[in-house]
Design a protein around this ligand. Structure first.
Ligand SMILES: Cc1cc2nc3c(=O)[nH]c(=O)nc-3n(C[C@H](O)[C@H](O)[C@H](O)COP(=O)(O)OP(=O)(O)OC[C@H]3O[C@@H](n4cnc5c(N)ncnc54)[C@H](O)[C@@H]3O)c2cc1C
Length: 377
């Protein structure tokens, strides 16, 4: 049996970011346990997007802080993560949508985010190839952007290993043992770990891990599909969003994007032709010039969704059992700040942003749900 100060379950961005901030705070006797390879969950399947254009105080403040940390990661991690502030260009189709987004922008500005409403002519100045005939304007935030998921995972894993953190892949957590309402042990298919702190960053596996200690997490899994094209010369900096559709160009030149088929909850991550058909129709409506582009790959992953589309963060009824999950389609971008918040809870007993305290599991018991309206894809 090994003894660890903290055991982190899940080798996606949430688990690795938490390990990174714990190690930087001096807590280095940690094991990160990942049942497959690092990034094999939703993180390695995501659309790369990083935005602050949200509709609640909680999300806007957490993302404002996360963007600052993305910049730090780009400068300080031992491998490039290709963080780029190319902006998010959110195309608006009707006057009612325009009014709605003006209100969102007002809140974002009040909280220090540099978003603004722009005209179709200004949209053309930012991305000349967008067909603006069907839009009335856009919500634009130049400091939003994207980063490359596997490079981020790789950079974080190198950083935490250099601090002495143990990262064990292809090792599945089978049980978490509590005695007298205290975490005592984590049992995997290979090893046992004596510990009093467990971070449940298991993404699609978080509900199962919660059940091991009788913590019920109100989460539902939805399949989301995504595709990348062949690479072409760089011409598109922002993430373009219209309704459920989103797409951008990666630093390797590929157009990456997806849309929502509004499927029922499922455990299935197969990808489908009907997704490609819908995605192609929607993207060509916005940018007809992409019609000659070949799709190279498509895949699917899970949105792990809470009832109010906000994450579940921090302490639970079991002392030492910390959660970071339920991110819908925005857990990659929240990764830096969530890792820092969870590490802060373990080291100092509090999450340093007051808004994060509104996002604990307690809110479901108290009926204090905070609905996020800007969910993409
Ligand atoms: C198609 C798609 C597009 C998306 N686009 C974006 C986007 O543009 N921007 C954005 O911010 N977010 C996006 N998301 C959401 C984002 O990917 C997730 O919210 C985020 O990656 C969650 O990270 P995580 O570390 O919490 O979970 P994960 O990355 O899922 O990591 C959890 C890990 O836990 C492991 N695990 C599970 N059970 C066990 C166990 N018993 N023992 C050991 N390990 C276990 C899993 O194998 C997995 O690797 C997208 C998601 C999808 C599917």
């Amino acid at each position: 049996m090994k003894t660890k100060d903290v055991v982190i379950i899940g080798g996606g961005i949430t688990g690795l970011s938490t390990a990174y901030y714990l190690a930087r705070a001096g807590v280095k006797n940690i094991a990160v346990l990942e049942k497959r390879y690092l990034g094999s969950g939703s993180t390695g399947r995501c659309g790369t997007g990083i935005r602050q254009q949200f509709t609640t105080r909680e999300h806007i403040i957490l993302m404002r802080e996360s963007v600052k940390l993305w910049l730090e990661w780009e400068n300080n991690l031992p491998y490039p993560i290709h963080f780029r502030q190319g902006g998010y260009l959110w195309l608006l189709s009707s006057q009612s949508e325009l009014v709605q987004y003006k209100n969102y922008v007002r809140l974002q500005n009040l909280l220090g985010v540099d978003s603004r409403i722009i005209t179709p002519e200004e949209v053309k100045e930012i991305v000349p190839d967008i067909d603006t005939s069907n839009i009335v304007g856009a919500s634009w935030c130049p400091s939003d952007g994207n980063a490359y998921p596997f490079d981020t995972i790789f950079a974080l894993s190198i950083a935490i290993k250099s601090y002495g953190v143990e990262v064990n892949t292809f090792e599945e957590v089978k049980d978490v043992v509590i005695e007298q309402n205290r975490i005592e042990r984590v049992i995997t298919d290979k090893e046992q770990y004596a510990t009093h702190f467990v971070v449940n960053a298991a993404g699609f596996g978080a509900v199962k891990i919660g059940k091991m200690v009788n913590v019920s997490l109100p989460l539902t899994l939805y399949r989301h599909q995504i595709a990348v094209s062949e690479p072409v010369s760089s011409f598109l900096d922002p993430m373009v969003v219209k309704g459920e559709l989103y797409f951008t160009q990666t630093y390797r030149g590929r157009i990456i994007g997806g849309t929502d088929l509004h499927e029922k909850p499922t455990n299935n991550t197969h990808s489908t032709l009907s997704f490609l058909e819908q995605y192609a129709n929607e993207i060509l409506d916005v940018m007809p010039l992409l019609s000659s582009l070949n799709i190279m790959r498509q895949w699917a992953g899970f949105y792990v969704v809470s009832p109010d589309h906000h994450p579940i963060l921090g302490p639970t009824s079991v002392p030492g059992f910390i959660v970071g999950t339920g991110f819908s389609g925005h857990g990659f971008m929240l990764g830096p700040v969530v890792g820092k918040l969870l590490a802060s809870y373990i080291v100092h007993g509090n999450m340093f942003l007051p808004e994060a305290n509104n996002l604990t599991i307690e809110r479901f018991k108290k009926g204090k749900l905070i609905e996020e309206k800007a969910v993409i894809g």
